[in-house]
Design a protein around this ligand. Structure first.
Ligand code: ITT
Length: 193
């Protein structure tokens, strides 16, 4: 019997990635699967705080073990923006196309385009909190390349790789080097040492 793990996210792309990475090892359940349809607060000043807030909220309201992911894109030329505001950079909603347009607009004419994705995963197991981190260095291109992935993937080219963006890679290729893939690898090591 595969063990259930609740992933406290409303982002179906993240859910798909996690299900693929943990396939055969864990049965990843979504908020939908546990009939949670609320908007979980994410008001902390950094991604670690938001990851912890989401996992604790589900634990408090449902009394079950769970984990969450909070991710930010940090662009050096923008002093780490959009960072913790990555999801709502351009609008109040999660409009990835508008977020990319805003980012490319701010970087117009900027040649130093280094950036990184950072993920913090917060796990609550047996009432105890554990956090896991993952990062990937890269750069922001001047236009979109590729149709895969989600969020900012089409403008992010990882340093490790062959010049393609995350949106031009297969899910396996992205997961092997991505912020989330790395954070999940640490989560797995902890769960199955
Ligand atoms: P939750 O329900 O898990 O909070 P969310 O979409 O609000 O989902 P985040 O706050 O962590 O998640 O997302 C920050 C933003 O960064 C959001 O706009 C995503 O589209 C983007 N993002 C997250 N992971 C990404 C990835 O692997 N590649 C590209 N963009 C990503």
């Amino acid at each position: 019997m595969m063990k259930d793990l609740i992933f406290a996210t409303n982002n179906t792309h993240k859910l798909d990635e996690l299900r693929q990475i943990l396939a055969g090892r864990y049965n990843v359940l979504s908020l939908n699967d546990i009939d949670c349809h609320e908007d979980i607060p994410e008001t902390a000043p950094d991604i670690e705080g938001n990851a912890v807030m989401k996992a604790q909220w589900v634990h408090e309201h449902y009394g079950i073990d769970c984990f969450s992911d909070d991710t930010g894109l940090e662009v050096d030329a923008l002093n780490g923006e959009p960072g913790v505001r990555s999801a709502r950079y351009a609008t109040d909603g999660h409009d990835s196309e508008a977020n990319i347009d805003k980012l490319l607009g701010k970087l117009q004419g900027v040649t130093e385009r280094s950036a990184r994705f950072r993920t913090v995963i917060a796990l609550i197991r047996d009432g105890e909190l554990h956090t896991f981190r993952g990062e990937v260095e890269g750069e922001i291109l001047t236009e979109r390349h590729g149709m895969g992935g989600f969020g900012y993937d089409s403008v992010f080219r990882p340093v490790e790789g062959d010049g393609r963006t995350f949106a031009q890679m297969s899910a396996e290729e992205k997961n092997a080097i991505s912020h989330r893939g790395r954070a999940v690898a640490r989560l797995c090591e902890f769960l199955n040492p």
